[in-house]
Design a protein around this ligand. Sequence first.
Ligand SMILES: [Zn+2]
Length: 123
Amino acid sequence: MYEIEIRRTFSAAHQLKGYDGDCKNLHGHNYSVVVTVKSPELDSIGIAMDFKVLKSEVDNLLKGYDHKNLSELPDFADINPTSEVLARTVYRKLSERLNNGLLKVYKVRIGESENSAITYYED
Ligand SMILES: [Zn+2]
């Protein structure tokens, strides 16, 4: 099995409704996003998945979040855009676009800072 991994960053604001603490106030993060895709096979020239394709798919998705207030976006109308929810949302949206007979989005890691991150995956 091959794991193809890319890392991207974006900046956004959010506020956590119902949270008893500072995070209920509007604030921002420089998020890191690590996406890992799995493939059991290589193509005829020895590539599991072109990094360029993966980066472009992830960038297209993150473009909708970059420099936005996540709490105001339709993706998070019903639930707080915590890093957990963000990781699950990115995972599911990418899975819809990328999963095929060979490739499968394996996990999405969202970092809010250098020292804290959430990883989401489905079995
Ligand atoms: Zn926050």
